[in-house]
Write a protein that binds this ligand. Structure first.
Ligand code: ADP
Ligand code: ASP
Ligand code: MG
Length: 445
């Protein structure tokens, strides 16, 4: 079985849905298809949830209208039968009007999650019906029946495996299963989700649970590029990359993959293929265990981080001081993204911006804290990177100054922390120094 995930842009228009249809019928392998909401719909649902929270019915109706009409357009274009069109439109309305009932209840996270995950439910229901009506038999599965996370919000792979296996063994003549990405249930059986961009993660969790031969991430670009193409011009797709490298890039902000996507695939050694829905013939990127190519590979950037510089007041001994600092982060469930330690200073980069006030108050009891907001982590990734002839060029760029932090790890990555306003300049300058010659070799070959 292969798992195929289609992202928001791939689900976003009638033409892109036709494109997915042709990908699904291009070979006979059994497929588990994971769909995101149509592009932009989750953002609108977040606005709808806000309107519910603020008990603002006028705004809620505005967003319900926008979301309903986008889905109605798809239904009108895809579904020939009038009866089915009415049936599907009624389903869309039932789901969205159900949100209005939530105005009667006290607002809670459960309500918020129910609202923001409904985009995936709407479009999978429409797309699955369309395929069935055009003679492509498939079974529509409700991800809430099997996708589970534990009390720490980590996927409960064994539970997913048990539930999915029960479903799949009773349906073993089916070639195509269609389900929603993003949505899950937590250990209290409440609706939850796998964070923004979480459909990638859904796909790899399912892949690991069913021991898939391959996990395919279908998106709007021809593979994982060596740098962020939204900010840098001469980027190129990387044909092959290792699990470790891809995992670091995703963890340090490469938007193309949800940060946790690679981990379930590593556990079961399942290759991940990144493909372009709109150019299915282009090779894309294979992420696997086999890749052993050394040298600098790619750059990723993560915005919305901050640096806390925590200077010891020498009230505690060094080891007590280090423990006290990290106990405070633990108390607020914060895993620092980067840490540098010197004799009297601990510098920490975090991307969870809540609780800052409480954290600084707690730290100030035994240290002096300065907070630098609007930081960006820029991470250069590869295998045995110090052997790369361009390695030292990472530090040559004047645009790096003033540099807030350097963090080197295991000959496999260097992270540079800069002011967010420097981000684009640094990404471009690094791209030119480290990768321009490869880009030219590819472009002119
Ligand atoms: P989807 O909706 O299919 O999940 P996303 O928008 O989440 O797609 O991810 C694809 C986008 O990620 C690309 O269009 C591209 O702009 C952006 N991106 C950022 N970094 C990279 C990278 N290193 N390689 C490829 N795309 C990247
Ligand atoms: N629809 C969700 C989001 O926009 C999940 C996803 O697209 O992967 O974040
Ligand atoms: Mg995505």
């Amino acid at each position: 079985m292969k798992v195929l995930k289609f992202g928001g842009t791939s689900m976003g228009t009638v033409d892109s849905l036709y494109q997915i249809q042709s990908i699904l019928i291009s070979d006979k392998t059994q497929k588990f298809v994971v769909c995101s909401a149509m592009s932009g719909i989750t953002d609108q649902l977040i606005n709808l949830a806000k309107a519910v929270k603020q008990k603002n019915k006028k705004n809620a109706l505005k967003y319900i209208d926008l979301i309903a009409s986008r889905h109605f357009n798809v239904i009108d274009a895809l579904i020939e039968s009038l009866n089915f069109r009415i049936l599907l439109k009624n389903e869309v309305l039932r789901t969205l009007d159900g949100v209005l009932d939530l105005f009667m209840q006290d607002y809670s996270k459960a309500i918020e999650y129910q609202v923001i995950t409904s985009g995936e439910i709407l479009i999978t229901r429409i797309f699955s019906s369309y395929l069935n009506l055009t003679g492509i038999p498939n079974i529509h599965l409700d991800a809430k029946d099997f996708m589970r996370v534990d009390s720490l919000e980590n996927p409960d792979i064994n539970e997913v495996y048990r539930r999915l296996n029960n479903i799949l063994t009773s349906q073993n003549n089916t070639d195509i299963f269609i389900t929603q990405g993003f949505i899950c249930k937590n250990h209290k059986n409440e609706i939850s989700h796998l964070k923004r961009g979480g459909s990638d993660y859904t796909a790899s969790i399912i892949g690991a649970a069913v021991d898939a031969e391959e996990i395919q991430i279908w998106t709007d670009i021809d593979g994982l590029h060596n740098n962020d193409p939204r900010f840098v011009n001469s980027t190129y797709p990387i044909p092959e990359i290792s699990f470790e490298e891809a995992s670091e890039l995703a963890f340090f902000g490469a938007k193309i993959l949800h940060p946790e996507t690679v981990l379930p695939a590593i556990q079961k050694n399942i290759p991940i293929l990144i493909k372009n829905t709109f150019k299915p013939y282009s090779k894309g990127t294979v992420i696997s265990e086999k890749v052993n190519i050394t040298g600098l590979k790619a750059i990723a950037a993560e915005d919305n981080t901050m640096m806390l510089k925590i200077k010891s007041e020498r009230i505690l001994t060094n080891h007590q001081y280090i423990k006290a600092v990290f106990d405070i982060f633990d108390e607020y469930s914060i895993a620092p993204k980067l840490v540098n330690i010197s004799n009297t200073m601990i510098s920490v980069i975090i991307n969870k911006l809540e609780h800052l006030k409480k954290i600084t108050v707690a730290l100030n009891k035994f240290s002096v804290v300065t907070v630098h907001k609007d930081c960006t982590i820029i991470t250069v990734v590869g295998k045995s990177i110090t052997n790369d002839k361009n390695f030292c060029k990472i530090f040559e760029s004047k645009s790096l100054c003033p540099l807030k932090m350097i963090n080197y790890e295991g000959n496999s990555k260097v992270s540079l922390v800069v002011d967010s306003r420097q981000k684009v300049t640094v990404l471009r300058s690094l791209n030119e120094r480290l990768f321009q010659e490869y880009y030219e070799a590819i472009a002119f070959s």
